[in-house]
Design a protein around this ligand. Structure first.
Ligand code: TPP
Length: 586
């Protein structure tokens, strides 16, 4: 008011009225860029093509705000986005073209769904008027990804961009995280919005309301069971790390004195050196951790889904126990194992709520019962692997030495097969959020791109990938991405010249009828060097320590190939479909 009053009438009369300025309208592609920036996205893993050209054109002007990483195959983009998401807790973002670009993402999307990994995939689509005409590179990506996404949506109108993108990130990152796919027609990318761009981050959706804070009566019922238990056992899944509830878990178990095992994806939630940690569960997990599930009177399962690789024959799993199941996804409750005390909510909230209701305890006698199994496992399996002087190098030796040299503080990214299980068995995790592996889907080819994405997401941590010779050949082209982006990823190929895990099954369950599992491998180090990455091969036990030092001290990415025993098997093993009590030590 004051400012207007101070303007003299003369000025008002002589100043021509400014013509009304129409707000600048931007295209769907520009809106997409603005939305990603507003959402706080810093990295995009992508690959261009015809139906996403307008978006890539807009991206040209956003390079200072959005770090686009050009992968070598869209599957690499998806796994890199998963690796990034797993270490940051934020959605990994993929940007690809229609048709084959989109379908190449499918394996990674399915992988992200089953391992609860937040991801937003933006894929190009043919122009609206061509939809349904079998136009060039048209694929029904909505249909293809409907069952493997948490949500998918097709944008056909530029005006939809801000709202849909904000919903996409909200859905991907809230509740039980998962992948979201946005299919955007080329026409929506090109056309101008009809209204000024405005972005508001989505905070809730009426039809989707994940419960974070559990109901008090559920928590009270769980606490009653826990307080009455004589042989309680905590089973920790991926959900605890997703909820960033590692500290709450520690406080809870230290107060109650309850022993803790983790699932494969739950590994590194608690230090393997913690006195309450008793090992990991599952087909190739620890002896005591597995068989003691048969002895517990109360099982407290937190953020885990009773995968068949954990339960073996589910009809025989923890039958004697009362079950407390803390889980954010209500559809997991009673799906495989009936819960006597379900607690639907976020692991952090649930553990906080439980803490004041549970009694301090010290289940020393019960905890000590696990130890006798540890001794057996150590003597029959671990010691022979680590103290062998003959034959070729064993996978466990490599991982054990890596663990010592890195003080258990690296982020370990593993592929799928024997080396994956050996990595889990022999790495002594000391820091949370340190294992990135494909658990539910068991996707060969995951590790190299996921390690790259993890390194981008956690630049201050050492990232080491453990990869089988078979797996490496599924996504090895991502060496190019690693080199071009100067990421210091260290990759170890444990080369046994076999599809080892399949060979192991053929040996144990198909009378050693080795059916198409032997590999004629290329010279991996020449390949790495061809991409501009340094590397070396180690095939002698006495050189292993130096080789690992060379790799770890190398400034930049490095590939170490270790020639390992060809026909080593992973034990313990709970044969598929049997009960955990039928675990085999040899
Ligand atoms: C994409 C895909 N195809 C097939 C399989 C089945 N599979 C599981 S482990 C494995 C062998 C992996 O071999 P390698 O990478 O050499 O690792 P190793 O088991 O020898 O350590 C195969 C073929 C799979 N998990 N994923």
């Amino acid at each position: 008011m004051e400012a207007i009053a101070s303007i003299t009438p003369e000025i008002i009369e002589t100043t021509p009225a400014a013509p009304p300025v129409a707000p600048k309208l931007i295209s769907g592609s520009e809106a997409l860029m603005m939305a990603l920036v507003a959402e706080g996205v810093d990295t995009i893993f992508g690959y261009p093509g015809g139906a996403i050209m307008p978006v890539y054109d807009a991206l040209y002007d956003f390079q200072d705000r959005l770090n686009h990483i050009l992968v070598r195959h869209e599957q690499g983009a998806a796994h890199a986005a998963e690796g990034y998401a797993r270490v940051t807790g934020r959605a990994g973002v993929c940007l690809v073209t229609s048709g084959p670009g989109a379908t190449n993402l499918v394996t990674g999307i399915a992988d992200a769904l089953i391992d609860s990994t937040p991801m937003v995939c933006i894929v190009g689509q043919v122009a609206k008027k061509l939809l349904g005409t079998d136009a060039f590179q048209e694929a029904d990506v909505m249909g293809v990804t409907m069952p493997i996404t948490k949500w998918n949506y097709q944008i056909t109108d530029a005006d939809e961009v801000p709202d849909v993108i904000s919903k996409a990130f909200y859905i991907a990152q809230s509740g039980r995280p998962g992948p979201v796919l946005i299919d955007i027609t080329k026409s929506a990318q090109l056309e101008l919005m009809t209204k000024p761009f405005a972005y508001e981050r989505c905070q809730s959706i009426i039809s989707y309301r994940p419960r974070l804070v559990p109901k008090l009566e559920q928590v009270e019922a769980a606490a009653r069971l826990i307080n009455s238990a004589k042989r309680p056992y905590v089973l920790v899944g991926h959900g605890v790390q997703i909820a960033k509830a590692e500290a709450e878990l520690l406080t809870f178990v230290e107060k109650t004195g309850i022993p803790v095992a983790t699932t494969l994806l739950g590994q590194s939630t608690i230090s393997t050196a913690h006195p309450l940690y008793v090992g990991w569960l599952g087909m190739h997990g620890n002896y005591g951790a597995n068989v003691m599930t048969d002895q517990a009177d109360v099982v407290i399962a937190i953020g885990m889904r009773f995968d068949d690789r954990v339960t073996g024959d589910a009809s025989k799993f923890i039958k004697q126990a009362k079950v407390v199941h803390i889980e954010i996804d209500p559809s997991e409750i009673d799906k495989i194992i009936r819960a006597d005390a379900p607690v639907v909510g976020d692991a952090k909230e649930a553990l906080n709520a439980l803490l004041s209701l549970v009694n301090p305890n010290d289940h020393t006698v019960w905890r000590n019962e696990f130890r006798k199994y540890d001794v057996v496992e150590h003597e029959t399996i671990t010691q022979p692997v680590l103290n062998t002087a003959e034959g070729k190098i064993r996978m466990g030796e490599v991982v054990n030495m890596l663990s010592e040299k890195t003080n258990g503080e690296s982020i370990l990214v593993t592929d799928v097969g024997q080396h994956q299980m050996m990595a889990s068995r022999y790495y002594q995790f000391r820091r949370p959020n340190s294992l990135v592996t494909s658990g539910g889907m068991g996707t060969m080819g995951f590790a190299l791109p996921a390690a790259f994405g993890a390194q981008v997401g956690a630049p201050d941590r050492q990232v080491v990938a453990i990869i089988g010779d078979g797996c490496f050949q599924m996504t090895l082209q991502e060496l190019g991405t690693i080199v071009q982006n100067k990421q210091p990823v260290k990759a170890i190929i444990l080369n046994n010249n076999f599809l080892g895990m399949v060979r192991q099954w053929q040996q144990l369950f198909h009378q050693r009828r080795y059916s198409f599992v032997e590999l004629q491998n290329p010279d991996f180090i020449t390949i790495a060097k061809g991409f501009g990455m340094d590397g070396m091969t180690c095939d002698q036990r006495e050189n292993l320590s130096d080789a690992l030092d060379t790799m770890l001290n190398h400034d930049g990415p490095f590939l170490l190939e270790v020639i390992v025993e060809k026909e080593e098997n992973v034990f313990p093993m709970v044969p598929a479909g049997t009960s955990v009590s039928q675990i085999r030590l040899k």
